[in-house]
Design a protein around this ligand. Structure first.
Ligand SMILES: [Zn+2]
Length: 53
């Protein structure tokens, strides 16, 4: 599983843990997250997120 980060503010999405605050269950691959997803901090669109190891 990977982590993805927002290049604008550094917010991190972790596929292993999902994001409870955003209602995304653990082990949800980022590609499976709603395409309308935006960074909860700065509203950067999902397609701008960068995959990290
Ligand atoms: Zn952001």
């Amino acid at each position: 599983m990977s982590k993805w980060y927002c290049p604008k503010c550094g917010f991190m999405y972790n596929e292993t843990t999902g994001d409870e605050n955003l209602g995304i269950p653990a082990e949800t691959l980022f590609v499976k997250v709603d395409p309308a997803f935006v960074c909860p901090r700065c509203k950067t669109p999902k397609n701008m997120f960068i995959e990290v190891g």
